[in-house]
Write a protein of this length. Structure first.
Length: 583
């Protein structure tokens, strides 16, 4: 679908669904079409625009050039934004057309989607129920197919809770790896920019473009979930009804069916930390962010939001410091509980209340929704929220939580636990197919080196775990240029050795390509026994990568097996010969 066709379909769908509360500002269709024409022209000229043909919506606490950034409070915006926030600019540069700015819980203070003078955002399927917030308009726009991707923010769960209730995907990165410039802060220390999409491939594609240039990934960050992953699950599930517990156990079972080991843990430290965000001194950051405005404009601020922000201004410095110390202690306890596990699986939220229930008790209902989300940013963790079936007639979602920098692990494991949802997207909605690309952290700057493998480190061979244990990611089959020879070395156990001999005597040798973190490559090399070595290898496509080789002396002493083309073919030939000899 062309960008022009997609924009026309989006505006037709917006008119058809008649959900004005989704939008704070909807750009004139003519403006969006003009951008779409430019995108289509660039694609026709051969420009690589990975998001061409997709439309985007942006939460209205994130700057979009030409639109006022209200953060859900009309009086807060004094003029239109002069420029896009970096995350928005990157989506546009990749070909996405931004069609509007979406509604939110005012100042991103809430998980319900009802705290806005622009109206309560209703659930995409059951309009008497809440959308979830605070990225409420963004989530419903995606769920209804009005937008293909949407920018949200997440401090306490504002990207994950609405994703769960709307049956879509929400990626919340490790705090800091996505720039927050051009975003109205809620709690500066814990704010994250998130992406929402109907499927994980589209979310992954968008996040890979939005991230980067802010906080770097740690050098030892894993590039993939390990082959034999272990995922922690809560021993107790506070706040969940019977049907929601059952839905969570179904999600656990899906992971187990994929060979993931499950380990029950005590979630107490996580939940205790979660309560610090609003029940302790950490809430003072809410007042630092927007307190001066709120205190001066109480009549123009949502009463619940105003009460929360103003009360945050009364927090004593000693209480804030004490709670930060307590958070450090709880984080250490929680991470110790996760020792030996690659990730944590939790329900994303606890229930799906009606708008009336929220209006009757706004603070209590809101607090219950954040039981399994509030701790995440406080502990510097990453998370991917995915749809996982239904419970009590509502969408049910789970979240895969992983350590700081382990965003690729969370993404891999989230793919295993997704369950289909009943679509509500309008005709014309677009999703990006999986392309086999590296996960978004690699595309966003996580330092990785392609490694060509020919022997026992192939993905189905005995030593592959030495790569996966170091967070390496299998890319797929590959082959050398016809410049090499392969030998069976005189080692125990037997190993192949690759050497470059040039075009006259060389042949193409098959193997695999992996991605290995730069820090982990050094660790791997230090453990590599003689006569094995790592060095430059030229692939069949002309690319130069690091690859396995051996010393020339060891190769000469071995048996030339180049005629087999690769190590597995040689091993199969040995097996066939042994079977024939024993017959």
């Amino acid at each position: 679908m062309s960008a022009v066709e997609r924009v026309r379909a989006a505006y037709a769908a917006i008119e058809a669904v008649d959900r004005p509360e989704i939008w704070i500002f909807l750009r004139p269709m003519a403006d969006a079409l003009a951008e779409a024409v430019a995108v289509d022209a660039a694609v026709a000229q051969g420009k690589d625009l990975p998001l061409a043909g997709l439309v985007a919506a942006v939460k209205n606490n994130v700057d979009v050039a030409g639109l006022a950034t209200t953060a859900g409070c009309p009086a807060f915006a004094t003029a239109p934004a002069d420029a896009d926030a970096p995350v928005v600019a990157r989506l546009r540069d990749a070909g996405a057309v931004v069609i509007g700015a979406t509604n939110l819980d005012q100042f991103a203070t809430g998980l319900v989607g009802t705290r806005s003078p622009y109206g309560a955002v209703r659930d995409a399927r059951r309009p008497e129920r809440i959308s979830g917030g605070s990225s409420s308009g963004s989530a419903v726009a995606v769920a209804l197919g009005l937008a293909d991707i949407a920018v949200g923010t997440d401090t306490a769960g504002s990207g994950r809770v609405p994703a769960a209730l709307q049956g879509i995907v929400g990626i919340k990165p490790t705090p800091g790896v996505v720039p927050t410039a051009g975003v109205v802060p809620a709690c500066r220390s814990y704010d994250c920019v998130t992406v929402l999409a109907r499927d994980i491939d589209t979310a992954d594609a968008a996040m890979g473009l939005m991230a980067g240039g802010a906080r770097p990934f740690p050098p030892n960050a894993p590039l993939a979930a390990p082959r034999n992953a272990t995922v922690a699950v809560p021993r107790e599930l506070p706040g969940l009804s019977g049907p929601w517990r059952s839905a969570f156990h179904d999600a656990r079972d899906r992971l187990a069916e994929h060979g993931v080991a499950l380990r029950e843990i005590d979630l107490s430290a996580f939940l205790d930390a979660a309560r610090l965000l609003y029940e302790g001194g950490l809430v003072a950051e809410r007042h630092e962010a927007v307190g001066a405005f709120v205190d001066a404009h109480r009549a123009e601020v949502d009463p619940t939001v105003g009460a929360i922000v103003s009360a945050a201004g009364a927090v004593r410095a000693t209480d804030l410091l004490a709670d930060r110390v307590r958070l450090t202690e709880l984080t250490a306890t929680a991470l110790a509980e996760l020792r030996g596990c690659d990730a944590l699986l939790v329900p994303t939220t606890t229930s799906h209340p009606t708008i009336a229930e929220v209006n009757a008790d706004p603070v209590t209902v809101n607090s219950a929704l954040g039981v399994y989300t509030n701790f995440c940013n406080l502990m510097d963790l990453c998370a991917v929220a995915v749809p996982s079936g239904t419970a009590d007639g509502s969408q049910f979602g789970v979240t895969v939580v992983a350590r700081s920098g382990a965003d690729a692990v969370a993404l891999d494991l989230a793919r295993l636990v997704i369950a289909p949802t009943r679509p509500v997207a309008r005709p014309g909605a677009v999703s990006l197919p999986g392309s086999g690309r590296a996960p978004w952290p690699v595309r966003a700057g996580l330092a990785a080196v392609p490694l060509f493998v020919v022997g026992a480190h192939l993905h189905n061979q005995p030593l592959a775990h030495q790569l996966t244990d170091r967070g390496a990611r299998w890319v797929g089959p590959a082959a050398t240029a016809p410049l090499y020879r392969l030998a069976r070395l005189n080692t125990t156990p037997a190993k192949p050795g690759l050497v470059r001999v040039g075009a006259q005597a060389g042949v193409q040798i098959g193997g695999e390509l992996w991605l290995v973190g730069t820090a982990m490559l050094g660790d791997f090399l230090s453990a590599l026994p003689a006569p094995m070595a790592l060095g430059p290898v030229t692939l069949a496509n002309g690319e130069h990568v690091v690859g396995f080789g051996c010393t020339l002396d060891a190769w000469r002493e071995g048996e030339d097996i180049s005629q087999y083309g690769d190590w597995p073919s040689y091993l199969r030939a040995l097996d066939s010969a042994a079977q024939a000899a024993s017959a």
